[in-house]
Design a protein around this ligand. Sequence first.
Ligand code: IPD
Length: 291
Amino acid sequence: SAVDLQEVHDFLIGIAKEAGDMITAAKPTGAASGTKKNSVDLVTETDQAVEKMVSTSLKAKYPDFEFMGEETYKPGDTLTDAPTFIVDPIDGTTNFIHGHPYFCVSLGLAVKQKPVVGVIYNPLTRTLYTGIKGKGSYLTDPFHDKPVRLPLKHEPEPMPDLSHCLVAVEWGSEREGNDYDVKVETFRKLCASKSDGGAMVHGIRSLGSAELNLCAVAAGQLDVYWECGCWAWDVCAGWVIVEEAGGLMVGAQKGDWEPNVDQRRYMAVRKGEGQRTVAEEFWECVVGRVE
Ligand code: IPD
């Protein structure tokens, strides 16, 4: 039977607020955090407690749905065609630990491996981004009672070319290997001057939350976001929000117009004339191949 996406969306918003309260009540310290695969892949008790609360609530309400969460994922777990909640209790854990206010609760639903509902909540700014496939995406912020339709720029300006773009990239938690080398060389190229003395891009940002980067693309605050190394729970919710705001989700590598939610290498380009050309121009800047 068809999933009631509106009902899921409304339920997820309630959970996001509850998770946000747990996060703002917590007092993370560097000492209280642990690591997963290496010394920069951080996790706190709050990440784990929030994921537990979220998965318990979702399993009670939707017992037949699958669940994939950052803190309970095991290597080899795969996404199936069943309706699956894809959850990151805190996206931007490093920022959370350091008290940097760019992190969020990320709650997504995929059906047949396609993202269809996204709810992203930054409990510090109390900014809530939501999207339902086919029904648009919205921003609710503490200064507006009514949802504001994304993108924030109602008539987004055209993107003449990549040199006019504000671009987000992330270093991620892998600091060695092929993809790391490709990233570093690509970042270096993006930061450099062109032979005509112009710049490759207006600026580069690395803010530490994949989901909030996607929300910023949806809102027209970033033009492009390119990442290699994050996971389905870092992008599932934002994917819906970007696409419903007229943004484009593609792969990180040249020609990949139809990415999967769990392929770990992506690019988002905001709504606006020139969108596909900017994606192609960015692909030309990628030095080597991500694996
Ligand atoms: C991380 C953030 C970061 C991205 C990493 C993710 P986490 O998520 O989204 O921006 O570069 O790849 O793992 O670990 O804070 O949930």
